[in-house]
Design a protein around this ligand. Structure first.
Ligand SMILES: Cc1ncc(COP(=O)(O)O)c(C=O)c1O
Length: 358
């Protein structure tokens, strides 16, 4: 089958699997099921007239508000058209230079590097080593790399690289003139793991953020990046004018100050994750040790039957995310979103049926 690059496309998957009439719950997109915050629709409606004017090309007031929230200087932050634009700007910054990517990881790092002609060295982490970074290999490779892309928290495993290892790489990177681009698209789900405080210490650190996941706004397109003022200035020079639309610009500070919504989400996640992990332990399924709103799943008793499990879930109305385009996984696991209690319970009931069958 011609597997799509990204999750969250239930209609396309139904078409590919010739089951257009089937009702499916979409566990393939890793968005917050509690979102968006209730006030968002009213706020977008109230602000719709912003669409009648060009946004401020410098996004001054939202940038200043974000800088204040993140405790960085105004010129150390750049608003972007989703996390995806931040990834492509980062690749553009290193155009023609050499990159490393730690896999499995979001596929757009590779695409962005290809687009800007960066030769890429792949570093593969695997389940056998609990997806730990190959630190010796990385430290040895840094002198030959201009930039290393890391996804933390990681998509698709949901796991978080220990801060001490990041610091070790940054220290060595300072010495070797190597940058670390760290995609924190999911860090809002584990706020204590944010690396923002390290920006002051390490001028070779570039952080990428997305508001898409926590606030369930994939259609609004909103993200930002943080780095030194010199790096941000250059990134900005590559950005398409008015790249961030006027509504996204108006809404950004309101979203990031909604700590109540984030708190509710973190609480929901904690409860659901415990329930899922304990199901996995009791029924012999591997679940990655996730800190965020999705996880990898494999049937420990039938590790080679992942594709059959995918079809079984689909026939029972659950759309999982395949892992065929994640280097190091090549389809061996499924990625599943953590959804509402009711939806997760439905998933567990179907997994139980699978267990009774195989
Ligand atoms: C790790 C990671 N970074 C960035 C993005 C892109 O986010 P956005 O929708 O804000 O462009 C995604 C989307 O799936 C992602 O998984």
């Amino acid at each position: 089958m011609n597997w799509p690059e990204h999750g969250g496309q239930p209609d396309l998957m139904k078409k590919l699997l010739q089951a257009e009439e089937l009702e499916v719950l979409d566990f393939s997109a890793n968005l917050n099921p509690l979102g968006p915050p209730e006030w968002l629709q009213g706020e977008l409606e109230a602000q719709w007239k912003k669409l009648l004017c060009y946004p401020d090309p410098n996004y001054t007031s939202s940038t200043n508000a974000l800088a204040w929230i993140e405790r960085v200087d105004d010129d150390e932050i750049l608003l972007t058209n989703g996390g995806a634009e931040a990834i492509f700007l980062a690749a553009k910054y290193f155009e023609g230079k050499s990159a490393g990517i730690v896999h499995p990881a979001f596929s757009e790092y590779e695409r962005a590097c290809r687009h800007y002609h960066l030769p890429v060295t792949d570093f593969i982490t695997s389940r056998v080593d609990d997806f730990r970074l190959p630190m010796n290999q990385l430290l040895e490779a840094l002198p030959d790399l201009d930039v290393l892309f890391l996804c933390r928290p990681n998509n698709p495993t949901g796991m978080v690289i220990p801060k001490a290892e990041i610091k070790m790489l940054l220290e060595q990177g300072l010495h070797d003139h190597t940058f670390l681009v760290i995609d924190e698209a999911f860090v809002d789900f584990v706020p204590s793991e944010s690396l923002t405080p390290l920006l002051k210490e390490y001028p070779n650190l570039i952080l990428l953020r997305s508001l898409t996941k926590m606030f369930t706004i994939p259609g609004l397109r909103l993200g930002y990046m943080m780095a030194t003022d010199a790096v941000i200035k250059e990134m900005k020079s590559y950005q398409v004018p008015w790249s961030v639309n006027a509504l996204a610009n108006a809404i950004a500070p309101l979203l990031l100050t909604d700590k109540h919504f984030v708190g509710q989400t973190v609480h929901w996640l904690d409860e659901q994750t415990k329930k899922l992990q304990s199901f996995g332990e009791m029924n012999d399924f591997y679940l990655s040790n996730t800190s965020v709103n999705f996880y990898l799943l494999q049937d420990n008793r039938n590790p080679l039957k992942t594709e059959t499990l995918f079809s079984f879930l689909f026939q029972h109305g659950i759309l999982a995310r395949h892992t065929h385009n994640f280097k190091g996984l090549e389809g061996s696991h499924l990625r599943l979103a953590i959804r509402s209690d009711e939806e997760n319970s439905k998933l567990l009931t179907i997994l139980k049926k699978w267990r009774e069958r195989v």
